[in-house]
Structures are given as C-alpha cells and as structure tokens.
Design a protein around this ligand. Structure first.
Ligand code: HEC
Ligand code: HEC
Length: 267
C-alpha cells in the first residue's frame, strides 16, 4: 500500500515534470518580475482578488492548499505559471478570469515573497494506522479511490487539495457545508410520516433530491411533504480528543496526505 502510493507519487511527479518541460519551451526560464517592487505590489492586489479566498491571504491555505512551500518542494516558475494559467483539471483550481500572462507572472512574483525555504512539513504519523482509523471513522461517508460512502465528498485528492491546518479544523472543529455544494443537511417528513435525513443534492421550487444517510438518492415532490427543514451545521460529526486522540489524528493526517489523486488500479 505505502509502496504503491510512493510509486504512484513518483509517476505523478515524472508526469508533471514532463508536461512542465514541454510547456516550458515557450516560456521564460524564470519569472521576469522577480524582485520588481512595482510588479510585486500589483501582484499582491491580483492575488488578494483572485486567489486569497481559496489559498488564504498569507497563502497557507483555506479551501485550497498551502502554496508557500511550492518552490521549496521543487516546482519551477514555468511549471507554476502553467498551473495558474490552466488550472488543475477536475478540481476547484480554475484559472483566473481574463488574467493576462504578465498578470500571472506578477502574482507569482508576489507569491515568491511569501515563500518558505522549506516544503510544508510532512506529517510524522503512521499512515498505515491512519488508513485503519479512516476505515473505522470516515469511509462510511467518504469515498477514496472508488470505495466508501457518498454522504460526504470524495476525498481521493484531499492531500493535494487542502492544507494540514484545514484538515485538522474539519476533523476537530467540525465541517461546514457551503450552500449549493451538494452537502447541505436536510430533514424532511413524508406525508406517510416517514422521517428522512440526508444532504440536498438538487432543489427547485417543486421538488428536492436528497442523498439519504442510508446512502440512496431519492427525489421528493415538495407538496407531498409534511415537513421540510434545513438544519444548520453539518452531517459530519466533530471528532474531539475524546473520540480521536492526538496521536490517532496525526496518523490520520499522515494517511490523508497520501491521497493525491484517483487511483484506478485500486478496485
Ligand atoms: C476556488 C478555489 C481556488 C482559487 C480561486 C484558486 N485556487 Fe489554486 N488551488 C485550489 C485547489 C483546490 C488546488 C489543488 C488542486 C489539486 O487537487 O491538485 C489548487 C492548487 C494550486 C497550485 C498548485 C499547488 C501545488 O502544490 O502544485 C497553485 C500554484 C495555485 N493553486 C495557485 C493559485 C493562484 C495563484 C490563484 C489565483 C490566481 C489560485 N490558485 C486560485 C483552489 C483554488
Ligand atoms: C456521517 C458522515 C460523515 C462522517 C462519518 C465523516 N464525514 Fe467528513 N464530511 C461529511 C460531509 C457531509 C461533508 C461535507 C461538508 C460538510 O457538511 O461540512 C464532509 C466534509 C469533510 C471534509 C472537507 C472536504 C473538502 O472538500 O473540503 C473533510 C476533510 C472530511 N470531511 C474528513 C473526514 C474525516 C477525516 C472523517 C473521519 C475522521 C470524516 N470526514 C467523517 C460527512 C462525514
């Protein structure tokens, strides 16, 4: 398992290095604006407007990953330029709207000023034990590589998509669904008196489609319901230290960090 993950990571790195190299042929070797104070100031404004919502004002990650360690992790200016200009297919990382190439370089010149000399520290936990903890506490609601429940989001890429701090806060302090994310909790009662709990997948004026906690998707006509409520909060339980010790959390994080993409080799 650990070996396979390592092999896959190596393959993924080779692949990104290769595409970075191909694409880099037309690009300058380095950022033309590195160290240019005026460009960095412009880049800061553009970063705050286009990127800070997901990556945080200090770039240590909110809905997106910590990107202060990308240079230390070996990414090149040209490779990062491609990531920002093209986004990452199939993820929330979409390119900024209408950004010119020089604006992307300026954003990167600003980001460089926030960069840390070391890559984000990998978790010191035991990923194999973390995988077991995940199996016992999380996979009932979360799929990883096509196995697991569907009440919560697929976590197959969560290790590249979220910072460590964000993962800890989801587990320890409770998660918060964004509205229309497909995970907003719903509680309804049918006119036969059956109580249903789940998350809202789709809704219009007349009907609502629910992923029920039992794991099936079911549509309901609203005029056939006795009650329809949208409770606050999340269906994801809070895992305080009473349910998950600090050592187990560290192991769980070590496992989550290995989740960096869908692995079709695992049935
Ligand atoms: C809607 C949220 C969102 C916005 C807005 C966003 N990002 Fe991202 N970004 C992400 C996510 C999620 C990822 C991880 C994608 C994945 O799963 O690999 C990511 C990945 C990245 C990476 C790659 C990190 C790595 O280790 O390879 C860079 C660099 C990056 N973003 C920079 C930016 C910049 C610069 C902007 C603004 C122009 C921006 N992002 C805007 C969500 C966002
Ligand atoms: C009863 C179902 C349930 C269980 C059990 C559960 N989760 Fe969740 N989780 C959810 C739902 C639903 C969401 C969607 C967002 C929300 O409601 O906050 C979520 C969101 C998340 C997110 C945020 C995903 C993102 O894209 O940002 C992470 C990370 C996460 N869960 C990790 C875990 C871990 C780790 C465990 C086990 C310790 C776990 N969850 C157990 C239901 C669950």
């Amino acid at each position: 398992m650990a070996n396979r993950t390592r092999a896959l990571l190596t393959l993924a790195c080779l692949a990104c290095a290769a595409t970075g190299w191909l694409a880099a042929q037309d690009l300058p070797d380095g950022n033309p604006y590195t160290g240019d104070a005026e460009a960095i100031r412009t880049g800061m404004g553009l970063y705050r407007l286009n990127c800070a919502d997901c990556h945080g004002v200090d770039a240590t990650g909110v809905r997106g990953p910590d990107i202060t360690g990308v240079w230390a992790a070996g990414r090149t200016d040209a490779g990062l330029f491609q990531t920002v200009r093209n986004g990452v297919a199939g993820t929330e990382m979409i390119p900024p709207r209408r950004a010119r190439d020089d604006e992307i370089w300026k954003i990167l010149a600003y980001l460089r000023t926030l960069a840390t000399p070391t890559a984000a520290a990998a978790s010191t936990g035991d990923a194999a034990n973390g995988a077991e903890i995940f199996g016992q506490n999380c996979s009932g609601c979360h799929r990883v590589n096509a196995a697991g429940g569907r009440l919560g989001p697929d976590l197959s890429r969560i290790g590249s998509a979220r910072s460590r701090a964000t993962l800890i806060s989801h587990v320890r302090e409770g998660s918060r669904p964004r509205s229309n994310s497909g995970y907003a909790p719903v509680a309804l009662t049918t006119d036969e008196g059956r109580a249903v709990r789940g998350v809202t997948k789709n809704e219009d004026m007349f009907s609502i489609q629910v992923m029920e906690v039992e794991g099936r998707i079911q549509g309901y006509a609203k005029d056939g319901l006795e009650a329809l409520e949208k409770p606050d909060g999340s269906l994801m339980p809070v895992f305080g230290p009473d349910r998950l010790s600090d050592a187990d959390l560290e192991d769980l994080l070590a496992y989550l960090e290995t989740l960096r993409g869908f692995d079709p080799a695992v049935p």
